[in-house]
Design a protein. Structure first.
Length: 214
């Protein structure tokens, strides 16, 4: 099984190109105003255009937290995103109403919580169907905290799951082996400082994911 890689929290063109050329399948751009990785729409659009020219197969993901439907549509169009990742307190109707491919990030606190959230938000028409991140009350991802791999493995048996939460080049191969996700997502685990990617870590992370099935 080939596991896909999403490099999230992209804020610079040079990091986006390094990730794309190293084999990333997705790039994520954060539009949550309180995130230290929040990117202006104009800059995101410039980066997306440049990456599409250099590496056309890479898919672009806009990351939203409790944005209105129309605001998401405007940003999806302006930035030329392929996917909308809903990472806030959105309801199932918000997910369904988006015309663009959309998927929900969940942060379950228990196995029962994970199953309930998957039942509410799992979208089998989109791959990934769900993103699972670490449960950190009051925060919406990018914390560097480890996700519960046992919970993730249970969901990954039934859903095309993107695994996030505390992944790094040092632990991602083991996480892939234990969970068998459809994809993995990383932000802080490949950074030198918040929002600034370490290109050696990027390459190492992607290589270890791609080789994890060998």
């Amino acid at each position: 099984m080939t596991v896909r890689v999403k490099i999230c929290g992209v804020t610079r063109l040079e990091d986006a190109l390094a990730a794309a050329k190293a084999g990333a399948d997705f790039l994520g751009f954060n539009h949550y105003g309180r995130s230290p990785r929040c990117i202006a729409p104009g800059l995101a659009a410039e980066i997306v255009a440049a990456v599409r020219q250099a590496c056309p197969s890479v898919r672009m993901v806009g990351v939203f937290v409790d944005h209105g439907k129309e605001e998401i549509r405007v940003l999806m169009d302006k930035c030329d995103y392929d996917y909308a990742q809903l990472s806030g307190n959105e309801g199932p109707d918000d997910l369904r109403r988006l015309g663009e491919p959309a998927f929900k990030a969940i942060r379950p606190a228990s196995e029962a919580d994970a199953r309930a959230l998957a039942g509410r938000y799992g979208n089998r028409r989109v791959r990934p169907a769900l993103l699972l991140d670490a449960h950190v009350p009051g925060l919406y991802g990018g914390t560097g905290s480890r996700a519960d791999l046992a919970l993730a493995a249970g969901l990954a048996r039934d859903w095309d799951l993107m695994l996030a939460g505390g992944l790094s080049p040092d632990n991602v191969a083991e996480a892939v082996r234990l969970v068998r996700p459809w994809a993995v997502d990383v932000a802080s685990g490949v950074e030198t400082s918040t929002g600034i990617k370490d290109h050696d870590k990027l390459r190492s992370f992607i290589l270890r994911v791609k080789n994890s099935g060998n």
